[in-house]
Design a protein around this ligand. Structure first.
Ligand code: ZN
Ligand code: ZN
Length: 264
């Protein structure tokens, strides 16, 4: 601090600049920088800016050189009696002691204010931390409940997917059964009326027209996966390489060349 540097500070409110060169000192033991001293003490009535004391005496305000020359120091107290020299020195030391005491009070005041501010900040920080902790706890709870909901949805999804797969299996089984039955009906119908094949060509959409046979299935296009074992497993007596596609029945030569089923 300034006092450690053996330097006084300007006592003008909020100035606190280090005094150097010339300083204005007052009878009320205050010191000011050259700027504030010359400004405040140039008009009357003269009032101390630090303590509002009236400074009307001739020697109440002195502009003093802080680093006097060797010649000045050699002569300023020369000729004075020792008690006068000591008296002057004592008063000068008292001025210095008062300045140090004031600075110490100021530092202690600043320290206490800083401590109060620190305590307020710590309190605020603690409150914010508690609030954050509460928020965090609430969010964690929310995450946990959302995870439970997600697990429930996952479980339901897997159940539905399982049921869907089961339905698909049933559907394909039925589809294969339907295909096999229809093929058998076709085969039976064609065998019953071999001579009428030429007079009943395939329709425009590839539909086999066989209005005379009541057992013929409704118009049907190729369906079901190729190579599905369920579609041919029930009627293994049929020609093994019969595809499930209806269009292969368009060729009369192939129809005639195919052997009849043996279990009908
Ligand atoms: Zn100043
Ligand atoms: Zn004063």
């Amino acid at each position: 601090m300034a006092l450690c540097d053996d330097t006084l500070l300007c006592n003008f409110p909020k100035c606190r600049i280090k005094l150097c060169g010339f300083a204005w000192v007052t009878a009320c033991s205050h010191a000011f920088c050259d700027q504030h001293g010359s400004g405040e003490f140039s008009h009357s009535p003269v009032i101390c800016p630090a303590c509002s004391s009236a400074l009307s005496g001739k020697m109440d305000i002195v502009r003093t050189e802080l680093s006097p020359s060797e010649e000045y120091k050699a002569m300023v107290l020369a000729g004075l009696r020792p008690e006068v020299v000591l008296d002057i020195s004592t008063r000068a030391l008292a001025f210095w002691s008062y300045q140090i005491h004031q600075e110490r009070l100021y530092q202690e005041y600043s320290l206490s204010r800083a401590e109060v501010q620190i305590k307020q900040l710590e309190k605020m920080l603690n409150q914010q931390n508690q609030s954050r902790e509460l928020d965090l706890g609430a969010m964690r709870g929310e995450i946990t409940s959302l995870r439970k909901v997600m697990e429930e949805y996952k479980r339901k999804y897997s159940e539905v997917a399982e049921r869907l797969m089961e339905r698909n299996r049933q559907y394909q089984k039925l589809q294969g059964l339907y295909d096999s039955l229809r093929l058998r009906n076709m085969t039976v119908g064609e065998r019953d009326t071999p001579a009428r094949h030429a007079h009943h060509p395939v329709g425009p959409a590839g539909v086999f027209r066989h209005a005379s046979s009541p057992r013929v299935s409704p118009p049907f296009l190729a369906m079901g996966p190729k190579g599905d074992s369920s579609s041919s497993s029930l009627f293994t007596c049929l020609e093994p390489d019969i595809p499930t596609t209806f269009f292969n029945f368009r060729s009369p030569a192939k129809e005639r060349g195919r052997p009849f089923p043996q279990n009908q």
